[in-house]
Design a protein around this ligand. Structure first.
Ligand code: SAH
Length: 260
């Protein structure tokens, strides 16, 4: 149990700059199989018209924006969130175009390409920045994760690789899914990106625990928390991938609807 990385570990030891090295997209995108798979899925989901509305909340954004690049085609308003102060600062640094902010442009260009080069990458960045209205503190363990802020229920939630880090067991995982579900309208969509069968991940030199979830346990937890699964895409991790920084069997991108 003591191996679990809790809130204090995140607040003290999660270095956003070290984490962002995962998202350095090189020409050889083989190293970025996670990004390639997830961005392709998200481009399909948010450009197909199957998931759209006024407002989307990103749960546990961390210091990253890749997960919102296609979402801003389907939602006018985006609310980002994270538990740690440093992650929210790093996120805002990109949002307000500060010198020294992480360079997302290779990733932004890749997403533009996936979407058929309808707009330039600079226009895409501007569109995303314009759509992000707030960056809030969030704790998925609270019954209102945005406490003390009370938000009206929204049309869509997205969450990527957050709950596996935040939850110590499957019981808590289902509770967290339920807690975030309170932010969602009945019939609204949850887009969930999951690292499958991953026991830990490295952020620089610091090891963070990750809840080991299988496809079956994700399916069951979603059901328990009141969601109906609509789309289920899995990609297997290649053997060599990330071998020094984590072990995992694959990734899932799931679209589920909150039961009316
Ligand atoms: N979504 C990003 C970051 C994932 S890393 C990505 O796709 O890369 C895991 C994130 O979960 C970290 O940013 C961490 O601060 C956040 N987190 C950890 N515990 C949390 C909690 N209880 N509530 C909300 N976020 C939490």
């Amino acid at each position: 149990m003591s191996d679990f990385s809790g809130p204090d570990d995140y607040q003290k030891n999660f270095d956003p700059k070290a984490y962002l090295t995962y998202y350095t997209m090189t020409v050889n995108s083989k190293e970025n199989e996670f990004l390639v798979f997830v961005l392709t899925q998200l481009a399909q989901i948010f450009n197909s018209g199957e998931v759209k509305g006024e407002t989307l909340i990103d749960i546990g954004s961390g210091p990253t924006i890749y997960q919102l690049l296609s979402a801003c085609e389907a939602f006018k308003n985006i609310i980002a969130s994270d538990f740690t102060d440093r992650n929210r600062e790093e996120f805002k640094s990109w949002l307000t175009n500060q010198p020294g902010a992480f360079d997302w442009s290779p990733v932004v260009q890749y997403v533009c390409q996936l979407e058929g080069d309808k707009i330039s990458w600079r226009e895409k960045e501007a569109r995303l920045r314009k759509s992000i209205k707030q960056v809030l503190k969030c704790d998925v363990m609270k019954s209102n994760p945005m406490d003390p802020v009370v938000l009206p229920q929204v049309d869509c939630l997205i969450s990527s690789a957050c709950l596996e880090g935040a939850c110590k067991d499957l019981e808590t995982y289902a509770i967290a899914l339920k807690n975030i579900g309170a932010l969602l309208k009945s019939g609204g969509h949850l887009v969930l990106v999951v690292a499958l069968e991953c026991p830990y991940y490295m952020v620089g030199d610091v090891k963070f625990s990750s809840l080991f979830v299988t496809e079956e346990s994700v399916r069951e937890s979603l059901g328990r928390a009141g969601y109906v699964i609509e789309r289920w895409e899995k990609s297997k991790a290649s053997d060599h991938f990330w071998e020094t920084s984590t072990e995992l069997s694959g990734y899932l991108v799931v679209v589920a609807r909150k039961n009316a």
